[in-house]
Write a protein that binds this ligand. Structure first.
Ligand code: GDP
Ligand code: MG
Length: 192
């Protein structure tokens, strides 16, 4: 059995045996929408009020239980590369899921969603399970993108949709769970 913490050949990034699943999931979206904080909240229940701009790709492996089975989500964070529009094809390679994040209080980040989708489709399989995530739902006064607009875009692009807050934890687990569960269901159907 492979150790998910070690670098693995491409073909093994999404691995599956009887009781073992490892799914590569990428976080994408404009700078400062809250990608790193969504991961910090999900994996460690932490929130960081100030952005740290680490350069280089990082990922975290998180155990989850789906339908009674243990699944490992290997969640990749751009760690600041997107600031320079330099997210590499290696980042996307082997991904089976994606969280495409925008900030509900900054319309420009919502306007970028189409660009992120085409980048995702350029570098990976069309079937990557993708959820559109409107983050910072706690910033009610500063909202620039309505929930209805987010949902409409998701429907048009055939994405799942959710609004989250890494600050107050709202829907953060649900966002990751949705993607992982859907991947799991697709894989189970293929196996059976
Ligand atoms: P990234 O560049 O997409 O990884 O964004 P970060 O996770 O670094 O977050 C950028 C800034 O937004 C930081 O100052 C965070 O504290 C803040 N932030 C992230 N998520 C939320 C949220 O849900 N609500 C609020 N109010 N601020 C957030
Ligand atoms: Mg970040």
């Amino acid at each position: 059995m492979a150790n998910p913490d070690e670098e693995q050949p491409e073909s093994q990034q999404t691995q599956q045996t009887d009781d073992y699943y490892l799914f590569k999931i990428v976080l994408i979206g404009d700078s400062a929408v809250g990608k790193s904080n969504l991961l910090a909240r999900f994996a460690r229940d932490e929130f960081h009020p100030n952005s740290k701009s680490t350069i280089g790709v990082e990922f975290q492996t998180q155990k989850m239980t789906i339908n009674g089975k243990e699944v490992k989500a290997q969640i990749w964070d751009t760690a600041g590369q997107e600031r320079f529009r330099a997210v590499t094809s290696a980042y996307y390679r082997g991904a089976v899921g994606a969280l495409l994040v925008y900030d509900i209080s900054r319309r420009l980040t919502f306007d970028s969603v189409g660009r992120w989708l085409s980048e995702l489709h350029t570098h990976s399989d069309m079937n990557v399970v993708t959820i559109l995530v409107g983050n910072k739902s706690d910033l009610k006064e500063a909202r620039e993108v309505t929930t209805a607009e987010g949902r409409a875009l998701a429907e048009a692009q055939e994405l799942f949709f959710i609004e989250t807050s890494a600050l107050d934890s709202s829907n953060v687990n649900a966002a990751f769970q949705k993607v992982v569960k859907e991947i799991y269901n697709i894989l189970s159907r293929k196996v059976m």
